[in-house]
Design a protein around this ligand. Structure first.
Ligand code: FDA
Length: 454
């Protein structure tokens, strides 16, 4: 398969062509289920190899999730050092990709690194920029990425069949060319198509209402007795107890180090009327686990650029200075904390957390604290445990963590080890990336891996 593409001008998608081709084929060597990021990449890759491909997509248009991604600009990949190291078998991969055995995706990334997708984007004249932390976004619109993939599919003679909802996939006895029967719904009628290879690219459960997600991948896996692991919402806002004092902080944002277990993210958080969100929390949420009797707490370091000793020294200095001018105007300690933290946060934190953990009155000043209490305050600011009671769930989750177990799949091809001809790619697989273009990069790389061999 030749991944390099000739330069082609970007034009409007050939929608009429798509609609006209929305008919039921009876047989296709390759059938791709789902016309999102992974499905389109796989289809165009297989099509370029000369494989006749039919892609079934439930929605009336392709790539709905891509269109709304990255705030409408699609953060289509990530070129940070961390991802580079991921291609080179670094253990850092473990930190970048949750719920994975740490090596599963390496081969796919080596074969299809961000540079390849960037080259494709450039060959279509799509302008992009790096926002932060290696995150690449379109300058203009996410729609350009969908148009590009759609054009590539059409150029590779992929049959794009929209408004076609796949219902079931079954293995059938017969010639290799027709070893799977796919049943789908089109124009309110049940139809069938036979295929030699089926690529399941139907994504996860997130954003079902606006993007049409279904549990198809999990159902297909179940029907073939394939393991599906750790399915839960990821990159999702967290819920705090209804009586949490932080509910009064709606709209307050600050930079923290958010720790979930041993995983730490230094970015902003945002208090919401239900709990807590912002990039640091979304990242940490993918690592949040809850069991009937134990919820993992979120631990926040609200002064992430200072070591605990430095926080203590600062508190001691401020306490000393307060003592000196005590006779003039006593100040609650929250006034001092507000020198480094947003005022509303400092007020609430002092009134609720400090009084609970240090046993001081809300109006107390720093000068009222003994040195052991100052030490405890420093620790509290560096390790504030926030009780999480849940997540906002799939409707607000940017991804679905978990999926078809990586143990079931070949890391070279994404084909099921126990079910030749059946492939799972993209979010349907138990590989979850960080916020910042990592999830699309996984969709491109896994789609390419399957499309190159199916
Ligand atoms: P995807 O969900 O894209 O596609 C699956 C397709 O299958 C859909 O088109 C669906 O309609 C179709 N389908 C489902 N069931 C079907 C059935 N029964 N029959 C036929 N078709 C069916 N990531 C990133 O890297 N950068 C970003 O900027 C963002 N931004 C972002 C914003 C928002 C709001 C969300 C919800 C998500 C993101 N993501 C992201 C995550 C990213 O969108 C996601 O990881 C990829 O789209 C996954 O690609 P897939 O192709 O696997 O699934």
């Amino acid at each position: 398969c030749a991944p390099s593409l000739p330069a082609r001008p970007v034009g409007t998608p050939q929608k009429r062509h798509l609609a006209a081709r929305g008919h039921a084929a009876q047989r296709a060597p390759v059938v791709v289920l789902g016309g999102g990021a992974a499905g389109m990449m796989a289809a165009m890759t297989a099509g370029r190899r000369g494989r006749p491909v039919t892609l079934l997509e439930k929605n009336s248009e392709l790539g709905k999730k891509i269109r709304i991604s990255g705030g409408g600009r699609c953060n289509f990949t990530n070129i940070s050092e961390k991802l580079d190291r991921a291609y080179h078998s670094s253990p850092v991969i473990d930190e970048d990709f949750a719920q994975s055995d740490g090596s599963f995706f390496q081969k796919a990334f080596r074969r299809y690194p961000p540079e390849k997708f960037i080259a494709l984007v450039e060959s279509h004249g799509i302008k992009y920029h790096e926002k932060k932390l290696g995150q690449l976004f379109c300058n203009k619109s996410a729609r350009q990425i969908v148009d590009m993939l759609q054009q590539e599919c059409l150029a590779a003679s992929v049959e794009l069949c929209t408004e076609a909802e796949c219902l079931t996939v079954a293995a059938v006895d017969g010639p290799r060319a027709a070893r799977y029967r796919i049943e789908y719904l089109k124009d309110d009628k049940k139809k069938e198509i036979y295929a030699e290879a089926v690529l399941v690219a139907s994504g996860g459960l997130s954003y079902a209402r606006s993007c049409g997600a279904t549990d198809l991948a999990h159902r297909i896996a179940d029907s073939f007795n394939l393991k599906v692991t750790g399915v839960r919402p990821g990159l999702v806002p967290l819920l705090l107890p209804s009586d949490a004092w932080t509910r009064s902080l709606t709209g307050v944002s600050l930079e923290v180090a958010a720790c979930m277990g041993s995983t730490v993210f230094v970015e902003r958080i945002l208090f919401t009327h239900k709990g807590i969100s912002g990039p640091a929390v979304l990242q940490a949420s993918s690592y949040w686990e809850h069991h009937a009797d134990a919820h993992k707490p979120l631990v926040l370091d609200v002064l992430p650029y200072l070591k605990e000793e430095e926080v203590l020294e600062w508190l001691q200095r401020r306490a000393e200075s307060c003592r000196k001018r005590q006779s003039r105007r006593p100040m609650p300690a929250s006034e001092e904390l507000a020198r480094k933290l947003p005022r509303r946060f400092a007020d609430g934190f002092w009134k609720n957390e400090a009084s609970k953990h240090l046993g001081v009155r809300p109006r107390s000043g720093l000068e009222d604290l003994e040195s052991s209490a100052l030490q405890r305050l420093a620790s509290l600011l560096k390790r504030w445990e926030v009780k999480v009671i849940g997540t906002e769930g799939y409707p607000k989750a940017e991804v679905t963590c978990g999926g078809v177990s990586t143990e079931e799949l070949s890391d070279e091809t994404m084909e099921c080890k126990r079910q030749p001809g059946l492939f799972f790619i993209g979010e349907a697989v138990d590989v979850t990336g960080w916020l910042g273009g990592y999830n699309f990069q996984w969709a491109w790389a896994s789609g390419f891996a399957a499309g190159a061999v199916c």
